[in-house]
Design a protein around this ligand. Structure first.
Ligand code: ADP
Ligand code: MG
Length: 273
């Protein structure tokens, strides 16, 4: 049972969910501290269902913490995050909100896919086994169905012929594409990418960005922390610039990259471009 939550609920209810929207993310006045360090400072952000949001900002500006908060990996101190009108971290019964138990958090987290900088594949499993593992365990589907889906997903990320390869036999770009296929296997409404190409050799970056571009066209809601400005310009509906836990600037790529409101945004872009 959560006290003082009626205000949060009242605010959440004030954000009407669009008809038929899937994967809409509402982040409202979210703050989070680690000790004395305020890592998220009054962050408010809307991500439309099916849209692509690119988050930029220096190391330490709170980008990963924000993604982790969306994915139930980090509890926020203030404000709320809702996905399709459902509060992250809480369950509603009548007028009362309850904090979710770990088991329920795991169930909700399935709806959100996350791809990390380091691919985190199981080293002792083949690409195919990496992709079928979670759907079999979590969605409760049988091996034959899981394998059929996994073959489709591996084909979608351009790895139809690598189903039986182990991670060590794959390049970084290929491993990251397996990680994307694995995230897709849970049929998430939302996919979060945390610097998905930062650990890759430069010549392998594009093969991963091309897969993400294809996903962007498919209508899954994507939130991508990236330093790839060209990619963000081409694919993102919305660009967000974070600094010291705050959202300093939000807008279309055209706006943020060509006519930023803040001098800090311009300075950052000058460094990464
Ligand atoms: P970014 O992804 O933009 O580089 P992070 O969200 O990872 O930023 O981190 C923001 C700040 O929060 C950094 O100063 C980082 O050191 C700090 N931080 C992140 N996670 C923790 C944690 N679990 N405990 C303490 N400090 C943390
Ligand atoms: Mg980070």
């Amino acid at each position: 049972r959560v006290s003082a939550v009626s205000e949060v609920r009242r605010q959440a209810a004030a954000f009407p969910r669009r008809q038929g929207a899937v994967g809409e993310i509402t982040i409202h006045q979210v703050s989070k501290s680690f000790g004395h360090l305020k890592v998220l400072d009054d962050v408010t952000l809307s991500v439309a269902a099916g849209s692509v949001t690119a988050i930029l900002g220096q190391s330490g500006s709170g980008k990963s913490t924000l993604l982790r908060a969306i994915n139930h990996l980090e509890r926020v101190d203030d404000g709320f995050i809702a996905i399709d009108g459902e509060l992250v971290g809480y369950r509603q019964e009548g007028d009362t909100l309850y904090e979710l138990k770990e088991r329920d958090i795991l169930r909700r987290r399935i709806e959100i896919g996350m791809v990390f900088q380091t691919f985190n594949l199981f080293p002792h499993l083949t690409a195919l086994e990496n992709v079928i593992e979670a759907p079999m365990a979590v969605r409760g589907i049988g091996r034959a169905e899981a394998e059929a889906e996994a073959h489709d997903l591996l084909a979608r990320v351009g790895l139809a012929d690598k189903a039986l390869a182990y991670p060590r036999q794959l390049s970084g770009g290929q491993q990251q594409r397996v990680a994307i296929a694995r995230a897709l296997a849970l049929k998430p409404k939302v996919l979060l990418f945390d610097e998905p190409t930062s650990a890759l050799d430069p010549e392998l970056v594009n093969e991963v960005l091309d897969v993400i571009k294809e996903l962007a066209r498919s209508g899954t809601t994507l939130v991508i922390v990236t330093h790839e400005i060209g990619f963000a310009r081409e694919v993102a509906d919305q660009v967000v610039f974070m600094e010291r836990g705050r959202v300093l600037e939000t807008g279309t790529p055209e706006k943020v990259f060509n006519r930023p409101d803040h001098v800090r945004t311009a300075e950052f872009l000058a460094k990464v471009l």
